[in-house]
Design a protein around this ligand. Structure first.
Ligand SMILES: [Zn+2]
Length: 87
């Protein structure tokens, strides 16, 4: 039963409802994601394990996280600025 309730809660979030968060909250999330992207984005050229052909394991994980945050930021921006998508 508890699992079903948790799944229902996740369902509400994944449906894109924004009733629980206001525009100011979403703007702050956008700012936080900017900080997270800046923090996790690998700094090219400073790691002996990274090569021109590819990133080392640690930095690939950082890049994957930064890409994920960037994708989430784009979804937050779709909610914040729906007029940009319509135009
Ligand atoms: Zn590296």
């Amino acid at each position: 039963m508890r699992g079903q309730l948790a799944a229902a809660g996740l369902g509400q979030v994944s449906e894109g409802r924004t009733g629980f968060l206001g525009g100011r909250d979403l703007g702050e999330i956008e700012n936080a994601l900017d900080d997270a992207i800046g923090y996790r984005e690998p700094d090219n050229g400073t790691c002996p394990g990274c090569t021109p052909e590819g990133l080392c394991g640690d930095h690939q994980a950082d890049q994957d996280a930064a890409d994920s945050y960037r994708a989430l930021k784009a979804r937050v921006q779709e909610l914040l600025y729906p007029e940009l998508e319509a135009s």
